[in-house]
Design a protein around this ligand. Structure first.
Ligand code: ADP
Length: 327
């Protein structure tokens, strides 16, 4: 590449608290190296629609602590087609943008790879998703905040569950991965945790819940990842309600849903996002492309983008044993 002309930065896919801190770091690091930055609103949709905004170190003041993303996020079906990506590339070239920082999940990284392969635009990714299910980083932007939000809510529910000796099935986010559920289960003292990575058998789950509720007259909390193989908290609750053996249980369902996406990022997420933003710009300056920056063993490392979306990150199975031991 003949050097960076201008950097384009965008947030894409599912939003995550801390994305703004990352955008701020990208802009300020680039300007510190005398490189201009253009913000691309609504991810790949905005790239196709030329929804660009000039960014300066001052324009990113006071966004570090804000949840969501000031650049907005979107999913774009048009970008999935070669024609859509050609329009996006043309618009970028017209703006003098020949390098991109993509902040998002594996889908966003996949899109960035294609843009590089088909149109030669340099791309570096920053992992941003509350689910933490990205290969190439121990932690993603937004995960810590989402986990803390979920635990705070589990604590609140525990108070009311305890007052009535109720069973609560609490559903947390995690369509394909149980990182949030597993860690919230441990941090929130759940009696049982159900995650997508584990074979869930309804008969076995019923047996465990029956055992929990009949052996001691107290509240119980079951944390269920939305992608659990039994179909989520409501499905499990319906199965229990339809079985007269469970009539003695005062059962409630609470789906935390999008509360976990919003809110001000935690200190950890702000620092992580800032480190990723700085590292991404420095990587571009050093001539790297088609890589995602990530945190591995406490250090910032680069992983080929292809690996990010073609490999999967495994949960720590030790933690599953921990939930059993501590419940
Ligand atoms: P995330 O980045 O959070 O995983 P998505 O999977 O929705 O979110 O991806 C965000 C966007 O990235 C999609 O809306 C689409 O525009 C683009 N994208 C995802 N997968 C592909 C793909 N295989 N080819 C081209 N673009 C893709």
């Amino acid at each position: 590449m003949e050097g960076i002309q201008r950097i384009g930065v965008y947030t894409s896919g599912g939003d995550a608290p801390g994305m703004n801190a990352c955008v701020r770091a990208v802009v300020r690091t680039a300007y510190a190296h005398d490189i201009e930055v253009v913000g691309i609103r609504r991810g790949y949709e905005g790239m196709i629609d030329s929804d660009f905004v000039e960014m300066t170190p001052r324009s990113v003041s006071n966004i570090l602590q804000k949840g969501g993303t000031v650049l907005k996020s979107a999913r774009s079906d048009r970008f999935r087609t070669p024609e859509g990506r050609a329009v996006a590339a043309e618009n970028l070239t017209e703006m003098g943008i020949n390098a991109l920082v993509a902040i998002g999940g594996d889908g966003s990284m996949r899109g960035a790879t294609l843009l590089n392969q088909e149109h030669g635009i340099s791309v570096v990714g920053c992992p941003g998703t509350i689910d933490n299910d990205l290969y190439g980083t121990d932690e993603t932007i937004g995960y810590d905040t989402a986990m803390n939000t979920a635990i705070e809510n589990i604590d609140r529910i525990r108070d009311t569950a305890d007052a009535h000796n109720r069973l609560f099935l609490i559903e947390v986010m995690g369509r394909d991965a149980g990182f949030i559920a597993l860690n919230c289960g441990i941090g929130g003292g759940a009696e049982l945790v159900l995650i997508p990575e584990n074979q869930s058998d309804l008969k076995e789950v019923k047996k465990q819940i029956f055992g929990l509720m009949s052996s001691h007259a107290r509240s119980s909390i079951v944390v269920v990842a939305e992608g659990d193989q039994l179909g989520g908290a409501q499905r499990i609750a319906d199965a229990l309600k339809n079985d007269p053996k469970f009539d003695f249980i005062d059962l409630r369902v609470c789906i935390l849903g999008h509360t976990q996406r919003g809110g001000s990022p935690t200190a950890r997420d702000r620092v992580l996002a800032s480190r990723f933003g700085v590292a991404a710009v420095e990587a571009l300056i050093e001539g790297h492309t088609n890589v995602m920056v990530g945190l591995i063993g406490g250090e910032i490392k680069m992983t080929p983008m292809k690996n990010v979306w073609s490999r999967s990150k495994s949960i720590d199975y030790e933690l599953i044993n921990l939930t059993k031991m501590l419940s």
